[in-house]
Design a protein around this ligand. Structure first.
Ligand SMILES: Cc1ncc(C[n+]2csc(CCOP(=O)(O)OP(=O)(O)O)c2C)c(N)n1
Ligand SMILES: [Mg+2]
Length: 571
């Protein structure tokens, strides 16, 4: 409790100061009556934070998510009670299950009105409890600083995750002692307070890895989240290991790195990449849940393959595969420890270098993969082949561009055929739930996080329908993002599932063609519609060069008729 003589802030002001002390620079959100004292504090105080008004709380949360993924800082979003809370929820769930730290603040009805049917009343505490790493409604103003600190601690330590704080109207107006306003500033970034692995586990992991004949590394999102890219590169290069990634693991190694096979699994993997998994006698999973998509429903790697698994979350280890060596800890620390051990071992043995022939295996598999789609990537057929779209986009984007992909056509095609040339976060997709309508907002958050970098969001026309209202925000904020819509007038992924598993009994998956370029133009976005493959590349180049927001509506081959790099439509 604070000193009664000390200065007092209101709860709304205290929240502003606590965010500021954790290094928050951007808040994505949407107003509501229960948020008004908080908004008034944001108006009155000098805090250096930018509030980005969105058109849907879901978008605000996705923006916070994209922002966190590219900055390594906590993303913050806010919305009002009731409907605002239920609308912000999808973004919190996605971030939480993708181990991305975002804080969702929802204002709430006054604590003294509970149970008397105040407008918008909802049990926000219970709503968010199962969906967040840390959750609480701040029932008394004097609890506020501690609860904010706890939320930041939970979000950024261990395996990162999302937090929710409910902020009732009366708490925003009640006094908080200034003495309680302090923060561990390092908890504004992740991973904070890294936890190292058991050294004996690291030693065992290295021994077992070296004992394999044909090991393969498969990286999930944990490598980039931990910033372990350079330690990983050292290990892989020294042993000449082949390395594959999940969709979220893209950026663990540059995809043009000679040891990087690219994405494996049912969404973005191909026969050529699967063959490498099949031929491996040991898989070293790093920061990876080895879920249904990565393993093609736990078939590749085959059950019985030797497994070494490194993850900050022990629950991710041995969830589906019996694991020879589990290593629990931060990926960067664990890989650094493995590298030190390996260096010592190599120095002591002075023998031949250890060589798992990864570069040769990767080169052959990649050649097979790209040879198989060369004709489609150069195809002049209409509707435009998705392979062609990826090739042309790759040719016009700068090497450091950030690409955000929605489910449907974008995610598997980019994952399979777009080769990011640098390690680190350049690709973002919402792989926890794959809800439609993520990429537009996530790209906006990414643009705030890395101003000056070209950001692109690629979405299906289904996704566009979920999110087009946010084009107003893009124009208001003049964000130079390029949006690409893969237009096919269907919920293509589901139609493809009906084709592959239900004898093409197409039911309720078609919708009307929409002129997405006209919609975007009406918002003030510079827009094009492309049907002719020969015009595609120059149009994409013009859109990417355009200084403000731009959109290209690409009339695409429907997914159920395409040769998509997808082995399972029903994951
Ligand atoms: C919110 C939400 N509802 C339903 C789904 C199920 N779903 C997965 S892919 C897909 C179709 C995507 O259609 P579109 O965005 O047009 O892309 P396309 O597959 O046609 O390229 C649907 C409905 C989902 N992922 N998210
Ligand atoms: Mg579609």
């Amino acid at each position: 409790m604070g000193n009664p003589q000390s200065n007092q802030l209101t709860g709304g002001e205290a929240m502003v100061r606590m965010l500021q002390l954790h290094g928050v620079k951007h808040i994505f959100g949407l107003c509501g009556d229960t948020s008004l004292p908080f908004y008034d504090a944001l108006y009155r105080l000098d805090h250096g934070m930018d509030h980005i008004l969105t058109r849907d709380e879901r978008s605000a949360a996705y923006m916070a998510d994209g922002y966190a993924r590219v900055t390594g800082r906590v993303g913050v979003c806010e919305g009002p009670s009731g409907g605002g809370a239920t609308y912000i929820l999808p973004g919190l769930v996605e971030a939480n299950e993708s181990s991305v730290p975002i804080l969702g603040i929802t204002s709430d009805v006054s604590t003294n009105s509970h149970g008397r049917y105040p407008l918008t009343e909802l049990d926000q505490d219970r709503l968010f409890q199962p969906l967040t790493k840390w959750n609480g409604v701040i029932e008394r103003a004097d609890m506020l600083p501690n609860m904010v600190r706890a939320a930041f601690r939970a979000m950024t330590t261990g395996t990162p995750g999302a937090a929710h704080l409910g902020l009732p109207f009366d708490v925003q107006q009640a006094p908080v002692s200034e003495d309680d306003i302090w923060a561990q500033a390092e908890l504004g970034s992740f991973p904070a307070w890294r936890a190292g692995p058991d050294p004996t586990a690291v030693e065992a992991a290295l021994e077992v890895l070296l004992s394999a004949k044909s090991p393969l590394v498969i990286c999930g999102g944990g490598v980039v989240l931990s910033g372990a890219e350079s330690e990983l590169e050292r290990l892989v290069a020294k042993l000449n290991l082949p390395l594959a990634t999940t969709i979220s693991g893209q950026g663990s190694l540059a995809e043009t790195h000679p040891n990087c096979l690219g994405v494996v699994g049912s969404n973005g993997g191909t026969a050529a990449t699967r063959a490498v998994v099949e031929a491996s006698d040991l898989v070293f999973f790093i920061g990876c849940r080895a879920g249904s998509v990565t393993t093609e429903r736990w078939r590749y790697p085959r059950p019985g393959t030797r497994i070494v698994h490194l993850d900050s979350d022990p629950m991710a280890i041995a969830a589906a595969y019996k694991t020879e060596v589990p290593v629990v800890g931060d990926a960067r620390l664990a890989l650094a420890a493995m590298n030190r051990l390996l260096d010592r071992r190599l120095a002591e043995s002075q023998g031949d270098p250890i060589d798992f022939a990864g570069r040769g295996k990767v080169a052959r598999a990649k050649k097979d993969k790209f040879d198989a789609v060369a004709a489609l990537a150069g195809s002049n057929q209409r509707p435009i082949r998705p392979e062609r779209l990826i090739r042309d986009l790759h040719q016009v984007l700068p090497d450091d561009a950030i690409v955000v992909a929605d489910p449907g056509t974008p995610c598997p095609y980019i994952s399979a055929y777009y080769e990011f040339q640098q390690a680190g976060r350049q690709f973002i997709s919402n792989r926890a739930h794959g809800a439609l309508g993520y990429s537009m907002s996530a790209a906006m958050g990414a643009q705030y996080g890395r101003p000056g970098t070209k950001c692109v969001a690629m979405m299906g026309d289904g996704s566009f329908g979920f999110t087009s209202g946010e084009l107003e925000t893009v124009v208001r904020k003049d964000l130079p993002i390029t949006f690409i819509v893969c237009s096919n007038s269907i919920y293509g992924w589901i139609k493809a599932g009906q084709k592959s598993a239900f004898d093409a009994r197409y039911f309720s998956v078609d919708f009307s063609p929409t002129d997405h370029a006209a919609i975007a133009s009406a918002y003030g976005v510079k827009s094009w519609r492309v049907e002719d493959p020969e015009a595609l590349k120059s149009t994409l180049a013009e859109a990417v060069r355009h200084e403000g927001p731009s959109l290209v509506d690409v009339i695409c081959q429907p997914l159920h008729e395409a040769q998509a790099p997808v082995s399972e439509w029903i994951a």
